[in-house]
Write a new protein. Structure first.
Length: 289
């Protein structure tokens, strides 16, 4: 696909997700219960997870130039166009366990120029929608991160060059403490004891990473005892988040290399995820070595 065609497909994918976001937000009402089903990662799906996946699958797979749709909520990719198009990987609702308590959630997407599973170096664009008090979108493409407010009818640009603040302020770490490695726990204690840092953790990756993007700092869902690849999925969560944070001037690591360098074996592979300011990610890699 030529650069111009790819640009047009990215525009259409981004516009489709932006237009769908208010509808997804509204559609959460009445879909907060568990569906009687599990996703390919073995997690119980909420009714909203299944519904948002179907809505996005229909709309994104019918875009001319999208050749694959894949999601955290379905086992196989949908092959929907000529080979050589772009592939879209989606976490339709990130943080859907927050439905119950009515806290923040998001929609995460990565647009790849290779068939999935693909490494993050194949991403041509990435982004997320955050269903906060207002609905916003962060978008990374062509080396720049932009932020928009989504009103329902419009996508209003509110920041045309988002970058991580130089001085890290917030931290948030997922997984249960007894399951962390000793090395990771020692690192966390150092971060916590710095008087310049403060805790921000809300149980939805996208909300927590958005805090890091806004204030600087670090978010991680690390390798755990019994789950050495952590919890989050490389194609649908790790790669897009790492691509966006790195484009905004930060770093990512799976513990020893950028998440974007991780070679996937399977569509639903997991990855230990750590993103944030360069200095904190470097210190973390040293601590885990
Ligand atoms: O409830 P836990 O185990 O702390 O996990 C929280 C993490 O799991 C997730 O909810 C996983 O994403 P999904 O909701 O898309 O499955 C992340 O958003 C979040 O960071
Ligand atoms: Mg998720
Ligand atoms: Mg999800």
């Amino acid at each position: 696909m030529t650069g111009r065609d790819a640009g047009r497909v990215v525009d259409e994918v981004v516009e489709t997700i932006a237009e769908s976001a208010p509808e997804i937000r509204q559609g959460l009402v009445g879909r907060r219960e568990d569906a009687d089903a599990e996703n390919p990662s073995g997690e119980t799906q909420a009714e909203a997870d299944v519904w948002a996946d179907e809505l996005l699958a229909d709309r994104l797979s019918s875009i001319d130039g999208v050749c694959q749709y894949a999601s955290e909520e379905r086992l196989e990719t949908i092959d929907c166009g000529d080979e050589g198009g772009l592939s879209v990987g989606v976490d339709p609702l990130d943080g859907s366990s927050n439905l119950k308590s009515n806290n923040t959630m998001g929609t995460v997407f990565g647009i790849y120029d290779d068939p999935l599973p693909a490494p993050g170096t194949s991403l041509v664009a990435s982004g997320w929608v955050l269903y906060g008090p207002i609905t916003t979108m962060a978008l990374a493409r062509d080396g720049v991160v932009e932020k928009y407010e989504l009103t329902g009818d419009d996508r209003n640009l509110v920041d045309d060059d988002v970058s991580l603040p130089d001085d890290p302020l917030v931290y948030g770490f997922g997984g249960r403490v007894p399951h962390w490695s000793d090395e990771f726990e020692a690192y966390v204690r150092e971060i916590e004891s710095d008087p310049d840092h403060k805790l921000r953790y809300g149980g939805a990756m996208i909300g927590d990473v958005n805090q890091v993007l806004t204030y600087g700092g670090i978010f991680a869902y690390p390798a755990l005892e019994g789950n050495p690849r952590g919890k989050l999925r490389l194609q649908f969560e790790g790669n897009p988040i790492a691509h966006l944070v790195e484009t905004a001037g930060g770093s990512s690591t799976d513990g020893s290399q950028s998440i974007l360098e991780v070679e996937p074996d399977e569509l639903h592979d997991r990855v230990p995820l750590h993103v944030g300011n360069d200095e904190l990610i470097e210190r973390l890699e040293d601590a885990l070595e």
